[in-house]
Write a protein of this length. Sequence first.
Lengths: 495, 94
Amino acid sequence: MLAIALTLIAAPRFGIAEDGGDTRVLVQFRQEIETLKGSEAAERRRVAQDEKHIQELENQLKLLETQNQKFGKTASTLEINETKLSSDTEQRFQDLQNQVAAKNSQPDFQSEMNRYLGTHQLTIAGAAAGAFIYDKQTAQNTFSLEFEPLFLYRLNDWILFEGTIQASLPPGSGASFALPVGTAQIFLNDYLEVNAGIFDEPFGDWYEDQSPLWVNRFITAPLLYGAEPLVPPTDIGVQLRGSVQWGALGQDVDYTTWIANGPSYDPAVPQPVVGQTLNPENNIAVNTNGRAFGGRFRFYPFPLDSGLGRLEVGASTYDGKWLDSNWLYSWGLSAAYLYKDLQARAEYVESYRQMPNGSAPDNRQGWYVQAGYFLQHLPSTHISDELDDTLRRLELLIRYSGVNQRAIVADEITTTPAIGFSGSPSIFSPHAREVALGIDYWIEPSIVWQTEFDLELPRRGGSLVTFNGAGTPKSNPINATANDKALLTQLSIGF
Amino acid sequence: MRMRWGFTIVFVMVMAAIRPVSAIASEEQGKEQRELFVTGAKLWPVYCAQCHNARPGSQFSPAQWDAITMHMRTQSNMPAKDMRAIKEFLKQAR
């Protein structure tokens, strides 16, 4: 552009020199040149402005890029923080959840409670009963009371100590106390337990399972386990016991074997005689006695889901030297059946006691059969709800029991009523028989008001052995003791 | 705003993830107890009632049931596993 301008400037000078009439043209050229110069300057200014604007834009762009980089870094940082935060939150939630599950679950709550209560736990259960007893033959009627707390001291999952104190009120004195049970129960595994101490004789079902006050459907015991028992009620020794399921659920077998101090007889009788009563326990076995050995085996044939009910059949044996080389042999069979509202049980026991000096053996037999029917599913009478409720708490009962023994010792006959005993002298008959009718009103599953009517119907007589303060017994034949009736009512509480 | 949404999403995801995990763990822990409970519920009215009325679990505390069921295992001579089931039932059905 500059070259063109110089050319244009130079060209008119040569023209003027050559032709003075073209002055206007030169002026016009000069004006055009000036115009061009002005345009060039304007153009330069615009370019400069454009360059400046471009520079500004570049600066802004750089600034934006810088800011963008900053934002990018910030976003990345935030993303990292967010990831970390979510991870931390998840971990915290997990920890909290674990803590909640650990702290608030019921087993752990129970564990906390157990820790609070301590690992050694003393539990008191047991039973109490108050009774009114009337016997026609003796014309006696009296209230009677018995209290049997059961102390359970649980050391851990496999050791339990048990003690039962029996407090009663005999006539004419303060309370009397006994310790019928005091054992250490050691559970070695699921199939073997050691039970050592003074225990209910695990013979048949009565002593162990049916004798507690509120468990016995009747007030009295069946004759063979009552005033003239055929095997001792308790013994001191060691048991091994256990059970196993042999088939489906409900099909079990259980076993109990034991060695104990063995049988002994009423020491108040000057010399051994037939019909002598067994001691309730043999606290100290003297040299003249040998240990007793016992075994019981029970079998449960029906599966729980069979709908056939629960049947138990069992066999027991108890043998021991009671004096020198003289043994008491005994064996028994037992059965129990539960089907819906019906419960029934039966036992038969025989004992054979060798007598010294060539005397005839002291043989005895005893049995009982009982049944009960709970009216809890009785249809409505449509009279009143109260009546329906009352009737449905009732259980109707009947029991027949008997004992055969050749003789009765006159000095051992007692007619003093007590809990579980009507005081009827007819029970001390050589061939005693008893029909017991009962109605139980269940206030709670372990609280029952029981009423029992006993018919004592001795079958025939035998011998009556008397000492009358002498050392030598006299034996006289006697007829059957007279029939008798007794009425008992009792409130039993299992706690 | 973005942070708030992020927290919300994370919270929902965490809760959704934690709940099934804890439920599964709880189920595994409680499976044996539930089986024992069901078995105990079947055994309780039969085994106990064979000798006496079956007493409800509410009558004693869990600690007391620990001792009483040991005592009853001896008295009844029932299999240990059955007594464990009855004990679980009595403790839970309170």
